[in-house]
Design a protein around this ligand. Sequence first.
Ligand code: NAD
Length: 476
Amino acid sequence: MTSTFGHVIDGEERGALAGLTFSTVDPWTRAPWAEVALGGAAEADLAVTAARRAFDEGPWPRMGHGERSVLLHRFADLVESHADELALADSRDMGKPVSAATAMDVPRTALNIRFFADHARLSTSEAYPMDSGHHAYARFEPAGVVAAIAPWNFPMMLESWKFAPALAWGNTVVLKPAEDTPASATIMARLALEAGIPPGVFNVVHGYGPGSAGEALTTDPRVDRITFTGESGTGRVITAAAARNLTPVSLEMGGKGANLVFDDADLDNAVAWSIQAIFSNAGQVCLAGSRLYVQRGVFEEFTAGFVAAAEKLVIGDPRDPATDVGPLASEEHWNKVRGYLEEPGGKVLTGGTGDGWVVRPTVLVDVAPDARIQCEEVFGPVVTLTPFDSEEEAVRLANATRYGLNAMVFTENLSRAHRVSAALRAGTVWTNCFFIRDLRAPFGGFGDSGWGREGGTFSREFFTEPKAVIMAVQDR
Ligand code: NAD
């Protein structure tokens, strides 16, 4: 039976005003599995109106952090108790293994909600005693209506990275999930209402970007913040649209992560993390370690271990618990990745396309530094391996990109680990690991990978209007 997912606006799940719908396709079966309400400017307008009213007149921004935190923790409880439904929704929408969604996407979604609820509740504000006999202090007041525009690769998890801090700081939200992955957003909005979060506080509107609900949200002057995750080109378009209203924008965008393996590295550890860094989620990860640079002394040994491990990965039905790598998220995306493999610019050691919308874990060597596959974000299970001789050369190669989201360093030399981490132009550097997060730490990118940082107090800066209050504390 086909499922249906509506917009959630002002506490009600509803269809499109004009009754329009679109299908979301399961990339494994390549057949539609759900019908979704198709929103445009009219639905975005309704959702912003609801969020505006809930912010200007409703209880949410006026509650204490403690009260909001209780409701957000209840929401997180419901996310956890609906883990199977949520994991299956993202899997059917974009082909990620259900086992991965259950092990990571759902728990991290709940954790994002819990962390920001606690972070806001426990936060302190700075006070500035003044010699003049005045006392100044900072207040962090909710910014207002937040438009959150999300990508399809980790749907619920990345959406929660936006709406959780926005809600915790007292804002109201209109979330537009990616058109390829609408289902989990509607499910989460249903759960937020069930948790007791008031109507109009967390709205979801479905639709496309240009000329559709996405663009309408970025041009609405009643929106106070736009938080976007997606391609760098889209980030540019959204920033230009937001500039008309001077709406602050936070951008988390593409990447071309460099992964440096030094000859003093623990090679088994380096192989294991490097495999995860490029083949988990079928390589559809902004943080993917898609450029592997390996010191010449261990290049052959590392390459042999890496190719053997890549060939052991199980490709198949995302619903099968044994599956490591599912299909790519859509036919359009599969065609894009296939395009890179048709002009590889180097030698393919293993991989290539598979049945359906599958790309097998693909490893290339001898790739020209200016080949498209080496410079552009492929966003698939495709990695290039290049040898280097010195630490300086490794850093230079890693930094030779317009992106700067993340990098990885594998070495047992502590001084080198610190030195190289400092020299890399990237928002996150992992040493001897990958994908580990502390939600208090800044997250974002250099260059074309990002604008602004989120996480802990960095999210607070974006989702609030910090205010200075200055008062005379001595007799006048
Ligand atoms: P995308 O830019 O095509 O779309 C992202 C979202 O923007 C979708 O919801 C889409 O409908 C919307 N959109 C598109 N055009 C718009 C417009 N003109 N106005 C308003 N909204 C618009 O990206 P995608 O293909 O969904 O996601 C993949 C990209 O996201 C990759 O580049 C990846 O690296 C990046 N990404 C970055 C991070 C990060 O944290 N830096 C995380 C995940 C994904």
